[in-house]
Write a protein that binds this ligand. Structure first.
Ligand code: NAD
Length: 484
């Protein structure tokens, strides 16, 4: 029986094939034991008419090996093409995206010489659910979905990661002062899970000031956990200020499958010139070795790579006169790492992975509690050319059904009826809230809502979307309108 681990490899687009070739060469020389299945994904697949960028046979390989080593791909511009990265992460259930951003001073130029942060980015939810609508000629919408199990999985992953890797602190970034329900849930679950890890310090920052602090004083952070979009943006910032986006690798971890890649994209302008830094993809490969339990190879490759950086052998993106010794291309960089196999860095901290790092504790999600759900009204989104909220609301207000009455009209979240301020800018889509005005909280039925909608349509209005209003255990499950 072969001792090699089957993995699926995609060489990607742009600089992808060059950095993948270099990385596979280094990993093999470091003793990695892989049995490689190659698949084609990305630009060529998109352009031959597959809007997903991946063929069914490629999914079969991924489901067979369950381990994906992926070079960056190009998502063609224009409508219809779904990001394959996002699809792969979600289809394979890769909920945790781990992105170490480390500085290598004084060998790689950076203002932040003591930076060593791990960004744990939620990978399946948030605005990346990719659910978007155009509601009216003027207004578009993207749904931000945050679920309790989604939060629980990523937050527990972050604390388990911290525990296994001897990290001292986990910081949560969210914007729950504004998005009280979605980011509020993320923060709440963070607090709940943090209480189960008293040995690990925990803290929460509002993402805007947290991001400023991260960019200014990254050494103040250890492990960071955050929702998908914040994690996407801030891991690029963190990698860049550590030295280069070309230096950071990432692991996408799920219960059944995993995927390893660089954090950067396919950098098409640099393609085919033997210029690109293969380090991000290589470090993604090292994370894959650790994940697969090939610890010795992971140590050997990582240490040879650190020694190469120390020796000043640098690709263009990290080359700096006075700091670097030799500017090399992708291939020469790979050769330099291979030539140092078995060596360790002298100044930088050598890598020493432990088998424990791959022993991920299995856990089960907390069961969703039984909650009493009460339907209490509906928000009808209505397309309109009437920009005066007073005129619009005074007319619509005559349409009601069985206690469901117009209570407030808002436009982009701000109230424009019953009070309208001339200064308030309005667009062509109004959110019209119907509830029992006399007795707020009175239960309504779906049939009542349908009958109300019938009347609204009969009165000549264009309903572009509806959201039902529900209370959960008596607590409002919908946001109040600003200025209501
Ligand atoms: P990018 O990360 O590809 O490149 C931005 C810039 O960063 C490059 O111009 C280059 O100067 C530098 N850079 C990136 N990687 C480098 C490396 N290894 N060595 C040296 N310099 C490097 O971002 P982009 O230009 O915005 O995106 C290009 C394409 O990549 C787009 O089609 C995008 O959709 C795709 N993309 C793919 C992934 C992925 O496959 N995981 C991630 C992000 C973007």
């Amino acid at each position: 029986m072969s001792l090699k681990t089957p993995i699926t490899v995609a060489h990607g687009d742009g600089i992808g094939p060059e950095i993948m070739e270099a990385s596979l060469h280094i990993l093999a020389e470091g003793g990695a034991q892989f049995e490689i299945e190659t698949i084609e994904i990305g630009e060529k697949v998109y352009l031959r008419g597959n809007p997903a960028g991946i063929d069914p046979s490629a999914w079969e390989s991924l489901r067979r090996t369950k381990v994906f080593y992926k070079a960056p791909i190009t998502t063609p511009q224009g409508g219809g093409f779904k990001s394959l990265n996002v699809t792969a992460r979600k289809k394979l259930g890769l909920y945790a995206n781990v992105r170490p951003c480390v500085s290598y001073a004084p060998f790689v130029d950076t203002k932040h010489t003591k930076m060593d942060v791990i960004i744990v980015r939620e990978n399946e939810e948030d605005l990346y659910a990719g659910i978007e609508y155009q509601l009216s000629p003027e207004v578009t919408e993207c749904l931000k979905l945050i679920s309790r199990p989604g939060c629980e999985k990523i937050v527990r992953f972050a604390f388990e990661y911290a525990k296994i890797n001897n990290r001292k602190k986990v910081t949560c970034f969210s914007k729950d002062n504004i998005m009280k329900m979605t980011d509020g849930l993320f923060h709440k679950v963070f607090d709940e899970i943090a209480a189960e890890y008293p040995e690990i310090v925990n803290e929460h920052w509002i993402v805007d000031i947290g991001a400023a602090k991260l960019a200014d004083t990254p050494e103040a952070f250890d492990v960071l956990v955050m929702a998908n979009l914040y994690g996407d943006i801030l891991s690029d910032v963190a990698a860049q200020i550590a030295g280069s986006v070309g230096l950071a690798g990432s692991a996408n971890i799920g219960t059944a499958c995993s995927m390893f890649e660089a954090i950067h994209g396919s950098a098409p302008r640099r393609a085919g010139q033997n210029l690109a830094n293969p380090s991000g993809l290589l470090l993604g490969g090292v994370m894959m070795l650790v994940h697969l339990g090939q610890i010795e190879a992971a140590d050997r490759v990582h240490n040879a790579w650190l020694k190469t950086l120390e020796d000043g052998v640098h690709t263009y993106d990290i080359y700096k006169a006075g700091v670097s010794r030799e500017k090399v291309g992708t291939k020469e960089f790979a050769q330099a790492v291979v030539a140092r196999m078995g060596q360790k860095p002298e100044t930088l901290k050598p890598a020493s992975y432990s088998k424990d790092a791959v022993k991920r504790k299995e856990w089960t999600l907390k069961p969703t509690p039984d909650v009493k759900v009460d339907l209490v009204g509906v928000d009808l989104y209505i397309g309109t050319r009437e920009h005066n909220g007073k005129v619009f609301g005074d007319k619509l207000h005559h349409v009601s059904h069985d206690g469901l009455e117009l209570t407030v009209v808002s436009n982009r979240g701000v109230a424009i009826w019953p009070e309208f301020m001339e200064e308030t800018f309005t667009t062509d889509s109004n959110q019209c809230r119907f509830t029992n005005k006399a007795k707020p909280g009175t239960l309504v039925t779906q049939k009542q809502i349908l009958a109300l909608m019938d009347k609204v349509v009969d009165a000549g209005y264009d309903i572009v979307k509806i959201e039902t209003l529900r209370n959960f255990d008596g607590k409002s499950g919908y946001s109040q309108v600003q200025g209501q």
